[in-house]
Design a protein around this ligand. Structure first.
Ligand SMILES: Cc1cc2nc3c(=O)[nH]c(=O)nc-3n(C[C@H](O)[C@H](O)[C@H](O)COP(=O)(O)OP(=O)(O)OC[C@H]3O[C@@H](n4cnc5c(N)ncnc54)[C@H](O)[C@@H]3O)c2cc1C
Length: 373
């Protein structure tokens, strides 16, 4: 198991243990009640997509044993550094009603956490602010406007704050801080009986030989074992500022400039550099971020920098959430369900795409999960 001692558990040992446990006194009970061997599911990746997916499967499919295999764990994933605001875009290759469901399912799930006593531990809370446009958009009411709360158009008076912008929306959405949310999800996963192995996957076929179903939630890391020419990094740099008087978010609709107040800092961004693999903080980028953000919110000039961060978004024209099958040398066919390529919207769509994977896994094992899908 990850970080639990000098001996690192391998995938082979872990899968053997699952088998061994099934003959033990406790697990044996499950075995006889269902009269079925457990379906061994492996999830590759422990970012917000992998952990959300693993929790959905472990909590809803009592006949499955779920193992996460991941090269990095929180706090060392891209998801950990995401600003975590729930704002979506429109992907060209996915029907709008499917995208809407991904977003709505995530919003409803996180809203329930924000309204519960778990909100502080999970790092999930409501955030109110505006999205502003330099040109009036063709579609003044985006398809997701009914998912967020209190969506409306900015008034002329409100727009006067932003002399370079001609149009804007105001609404309340959610902010999900993954530095808290991922450990919270990890705990939920372990409580549901899930197991985590820290290991890099280099070959999907050899992994599949130990499991019945493989779920690929490896984000940009899928490049190390999958040929998908559509996947590319979109570099993002952010500045964490101490400016506790700033309470409302401001986002330029071009996605390059944003101010997101959080629990311990205000996140200022950003950059969207396609194909750029650099993980170092760039001085010129920092100056650009500070200049653009201060022109939208001049009071930020009174803040001070706490830290800076660079992450690589798993860029793709549209997220890939679908099933395929790989054939092993022994002739066995193993379903592989992909859930990656969420670009700058991974937190926003995390629970919705995880539920989508749950539906696909349920079809594979032809056994309905215990809760509503
Ligand atoms: C600056 C910035 C700001 C952002 N702000 C927002 C925001 O406000 N809202 C929003 O919704 N999104 C935001 N995002 C996007 C968000 O971070 C991503 O969409 C999200 O993190 C993708 O999650 P993931 O789990 O797919 O990838 P990751 O977090 O990268 O996780 C991938 C996991 O797979 C593992 N892995 C990879 N390769 C292998 C392998 N070969 N073997 C084993 N394990 C492997 C990794 O170790 C990791 O655990 C932002 C991103 C950046 C960079």
């Amino acid at each position: 198991m990850s970080g639990s001692g000098p001996h690192k558990t391998t995938i082979r040992e872990a899968t053997c243990r699952v088998k061994y446990d099934m003959t033990g006194p406790d697990a044996g009970q499950i075995h006889f009640v269902t009269a079925m061997a457990p379906v061994k599911v492996v999830v590759v990746g422990a970012g917000v997509i992998g952990l959300s997916t693993a929790v959905c499967l472990a909590e809803n499919l009592p006949n499955c044993s779920v193992t996460i295999v991941s090269q990095h764990l929180s706090p060392n994933t891209t998801s950990d550094g995401a600003a975590g605001i729930l704002i979506t875009t429109e992907f060209p290759d996915v029907p709008v009603d499917r995208q809407l469901r991904w977003f709505k399912d995530t919003f409803d799930h996180l809203l329930a956490i924000a309204e519960s006593s778990e909100a502080g531990k999970a790092g999930v809370f409501l955030s109110t602010g505006c999205q502003i446009f330099k040109e009036v958009p063709r579609d003044k009411k985006p398809y997701w406007s009914d998912v967020v709360l209190g969506f409306r158009t900015l008034t002329e008076r409100e727009l006067k704050r932003f002399p370079h912008h001609k149009f804007g929306h105001a609404f309340t959405t959610l902010k999900c801080e993954c530095m808290s949310y991922l450990p919270w999800l990890e705990k939920r996963f372990r409580n549901a009986g899930g197991m985590i192995i820290q290991e890099k996957v280099t070959d999907l076929r050899s992994l599949a030989s130990h499991f019945d179903i493989v779920i690929n939630c490896s984000g940009l890391g899928c490049c190390s074992f999958l040929e998908d020419v559509d996947v590319e990094p979109i570099r993002g740099q952010v500045v964490h500022l101490h400016a506790p008087w700033v309470k409302n978010f401001i986002r330029d609709a071009d996605g390059k400039t944003y101010i997101y107040p959080g629990m311990n800092s205000v996140i200022l961004g950003g950059t969207r550099q396609v194909g750029d693999w650099r993980l170092e903080v760039d001085e010129v980028d920092r100056q650009g971020i500070l200049a653009r953000c201060c022109s939208l919110e001049p009071s930020l000039r009174g803040g001070h920098i706490l830290r800076e961060w660079v992450g690589l978004r798993p860029g793709r024209r549209s997220p890939r959430v679908e099933k395929e099958q790989i054939q092993l040398q022994d002739g066995r066919k193993v379903p592989v369900i992909h859930n990656y390529g969420h670009g700058g919207n991974g937190v926003t769509l995390s629970w919705g795409t995880a539920l989508n994977v749950l539906r696909l896994v349920s079809q594979c094992i032809q056994h309905p999960p215990i809760s509503r899908l």
